[in-house]
Design a protein around this ligand. Structure first.
Ligand SMILES: NC(=O)c1ccc[n+]([C@@H]2O[C@H](COP(=O)([O-])OP(=O)(O)OC[C@H]3O[C@@H](n4cnc5c(N)ncnc54)[C@H](OP(=O)(O)O)[C@@H]3O)[C@@H](O)[C@H]2O)c1
Length: 496
């Protein structure tokens, strides 16, 4: 069946930087499920040709040598532009007319992609519903209508519930695709393959062998041009409610009985339901918050801003597998390097047969799953140092996607767009999942807003957060793995 993808926010950054390059790559590799037509919708007046020319330029810029003019021209023939304002219902009536005209009466599946600022999500959904664009005929094999909603999905539990309520007035859950682009990353999907396609890890993936889990999403960049948005959102809304909790659920979930959307999402929901809610007193001890020095001088940031640009959160999962195994989540801007990684820290051996052998404290085994920018898995374990009696050293088994599979991994949006077009919801958040995630974050946001604890520390840009972050871990007898990823191996086993 052919598809029409309507992008609301056509002239925006996400469309030019992610959506169109991803669609072009899918088209170029012949991976699209049938004919695809793209219609851009935003207020900026443009002709089809002007939009195509702008997109050709931005796509060539983002893809570099991977951009092929001939393949682009073929793909771009299916791109159209429809100037319109989300707040004007008559613009949706005109859009409906244009869709009918372009589709020429052929049965065509439609996908509406909300790639615009979150305050337009509700009005766009309501206008789609009111103009009949959301309605499916309901007959067997009649073309579907799907909606893709970008992040952030709400700013707290109440707003997420309200947005879900508006969505469900016009779309059934089966039609809805809430994006968290982390789930489109090959490395995130590989966590499930690693755990569940290999029998050797399952027996140790639990409280009997795992001491704790660390999930870090460190960004090197500061807020840049996004100060206005970020100062209202802060690190908890920007990174924890979505990306970090998604990484936690794929790390902690049980194996589903089948690998389909609902079975996978049911297991993720069970993890979120098992996370112990925090009281305000517990927030004071289970979280750290900080702001990088100079944040208040950033453009569009309040000079007395209390917004955290860095946080640590300890979460406990009350179920049989994870009871007593803390999950430490951490994220921040202006940190030492860009890295997203999950560390499974195993327990120490019951007996230290080899003493310290002259070496410093012996670390327990560690599995490090690198999500980005290094993409791979490392197992840290001990080996005997040759020619010395009992000296041991930590060494690493290292798997790299790039060295094994060669080609660069596809962008997350390629996978997610393909799944939307093919109707696979596995990698998209369900309404209950989003609301449960907000239910975990909301009490922290409230406690931070109400009380003075924990204090808002300052940290120097380029560091791993404030010194209070490592002190906090130390009090619990643990320490962060503060290691920047090594991106490439060079000959001789040395790395750059
Ligand atoms: N940019 C990224 O890398 C990125 C990454 C992840 C998620 N996201 C999410 O993606 C969404 C879009 O982000 P963005 O960075 O692309 O924003 P952006 O660059 O500000 O683009 C916003 C788009 O919305 C359109 N728009 C604004 N008001 C409108 C109205 N009344 N009617 C119709 N169109 C309207 C704008 O076009 P006109 O002014 O021409 O109307 C523009 O095309 C956000 O929800 C963001 O959180 C973005």
């Amino acid at each position: 069946m052919s598809h029409t993808l309507v992008i609301f926010g056509a002239s925006g950054d996400l469309t030019s930087r992610k959506l169109i390059p991803a669609l072009y790559k899918l088209a170029e590799r012949g991976r699209l499920p049938g004919e695809l037509r793209v219609i851009g919708f935003s207020r900026t007046p443009m002709s089809d040709e002007a939009w195509r020319a702008a997109l050709a330029e931005s796509t060539a810029k983002f893809l570099g040598a991977r951009f092929q003019r001939e393949a682009w021209n073929q793909f771009a023939a299916g791109i159209h532009y429809h100037p319109g304002d989300i707040s004007q219902t008559e613009d949706f009536a005109k859009l409906a007319e244009q869709l009918d005209k372009l589709e020429g009466g052929k049965p065509t599946a439609r996908v509406y992609y909300l790639a615009t600022a979150p305050q337009f999500f509700e009005p766009a959904i309501e206008a789609l519903g009111a103009s009949g664009l959301a309605t499916e005929e309901g007959k067997l094999n009649s073309p579907c209508r799907r909606i893709v909603i970008e992040k952030p999905f709400g700013t707290d539990l109440a707003s997420a519930q309200r947005l879900n309520e508006v969505v469900h007035r016009f779309f059934t859950e089966r039609q809805v695709y809430r994006i968290d682009h982390y789930l489109g990353k090959e490395t995130v999907q590989n966590i499930l393959v690693f755990r569940l396609a290999n029998a050797i890890f399952e027996p140790v993936w639990n409280r009997n062998y795992v001491d704790h889990v660390q999930i870090t999403a460190a960004e090197e960049v500061k807020v840049g041009r996004r100060g206005g948005y970020y100062d209202h959102a802060g690190v908890l809304r920007d990174m924890f409610q979505n990306h970090l909790l998604q990484l936690l659920t794929v790390t902690a979930m049980e194996a589903p009985a089948r690998f389909n959307a609902d079975a996978v999402r049911n297991e993720k929901v069970k993890v979120l339901e098992a996370i112990r809610p925090m009281t305000a007193v517990e927030v004071a001890t289970n979280t750290v918050r900080a702001q990088y020095q100079g944040y208040r001088q950033e453009k569009d940031v309040a000079p007395d801003s209390q917004t955290a640009t860095f946080a640590d959160v300890r979460l406990d999962i009350d179920n049989w597998r994870w009871q007593g195994v803390p999950f430490y989540l951490r994220s921040g801007k202006a940190m030492g390097c860009r890295t997203t990684q999950i560390v499974i820290q195993f327990r120490e051996p019951p007996l230290r047969l080899f003493g310290n052998g002259g070496a410093a404290r012996q670390e327990a085994n560690r599995l490090v799953i690198h999500i980005q920018p290094a993409e791979g898995i490392q197992l840290h374990f001990h080996t005997k140092v040759p020619n010395r009696e009992v000296d041991t050293r930590e060494t690493t088994l290292d798997f790299r996607f790039d060295s094994f599979y060669g080609d660069a991994l596809p962008d997350a949006y390629e996978r997610l767009l393909l799944d939307v077009l093919s109707g696979d919801q596995s990698l998209f958040a369900r309404s209950d999942e989003v609301e449960l995630a907000w239910g975990i974050i909301d009490p922290i946001l409230t406690a931070w807003k109400m009380g003075g604890q924990p204090p808002l520390w300052q940290y120097e840009p380029g560091m791993w957060g404030p010194p209070g972050s490592s002190d906090w871990m130390q009090v619990m007898g643990r320490h962060w793995l503060d290691v920047c990823p090594v991106l490439k191996h060079v000959d001789g086993g040395e790395s750059e």
